[in-house]
Design a protein around this ligand. Sequence first.
Ligand code: GAF
Length: 379
Amino acid sequence: MIDSARLKQAFSRHFNGSASLFSAPGRINLIGEHTDYNDGFVFPGAIDLGISAMITPNGSKTVNLYAIDMDQSCSFDIESVTPPESVHFRYVFGVIREMIAAGIDVQGFDAVYGGDVPLGAGMSSSAALECCFAYALNDLFAQGRLDRMTLARIGQATEHKHIGVMCGIMDQFASMHGKAGSLLRLDCRSGEFSYFPWHPDGYRLVAINSCVKHELIGSPYNDRRASCHRVATLAGAETLRDCSRQTLELLRPQLSDEDYRRALYVIGEEQRVLAVCDALEKDDYEEVGRQMYLTHQGLKEDYEVSCDEIDFLVDQAREAGVSGSRIMGGGFGGCTINLVRNDIYDTFLEKVQQDYLSHFGIECKPIPIVISDGARRLQ
Ligand code: GAF
């Protein structure tokens, strides 16, 4: 997380008085990609990178924001329904609108914020920002009245209505419910979840940021969602959660090849999440890794959300004997998530960084994963 001394310094440069400190994390996802908006299962965990904010009510009707990482300021009236020009500030604007819609009497405030979760890397920097502000405003203006799931849904509604990304609930859910040392399995239909202690003896999780930026705003993510919806509707189901492989095969003559392959991936991914849960019960991390590679294959060939740089990183992992590797998050660049045996960890990371640089002329960045707590007040 960003150094709180840096936040405090920035706060006193821009505003007066003291403020409370809040933070919310980004996330990883072990398996269960693009299943959340299909009412399926996901397996995320919060990480030790995120967004922190110093916030104080200012007794007026004006919101004043300063984003450290961009060195940019923005002010707007709490009642304003005109979104700020900069997309970045629309996340906070959207959270405020959605909190007010949920009945919270949000008043003017001053805030300084920044973070260390890499932007556009598939680690949910935007969910961290939404959850940090949703948590803080709930604490400051509603005495914590809204529960964490409601706050997660406020973050999701912000994406839908103010950013234009029709995302599922996974990222905001993980940022709100994370627990140090545990992954979470969420049933996105019922909202039920359980914590899975994550102590893979002999293995480590590491993300590798390809440093190629994905852009979910615009159509590719929403197009995938629309494909899933078309197939589900044809199957007479609300979502693909209720569409079996057999039904998909029966419908195949009526589907475009693209829609067929999108649904094939999602239905397969549902099975893989359950297979990973079984493997974890037996501490069988080689099987967990095998399922991760299968997920990548599906995301690359059928869901088509990978890219050359990411495929290169996954191929390198396989060649080095890494137990599991796949693209993580929405796709179109970003990170791979890798399950690596301790004995090959250092040599793998050294070689993959060298090879990536000589192949693409870009540096990739390994990010060791530390499973951490969800959104919270720090001071
Ligand atoms: C993005 C979305 F925000 C999530 O809801 C999820 O669909 C993910 O892509 C893919 O699993 O992070």
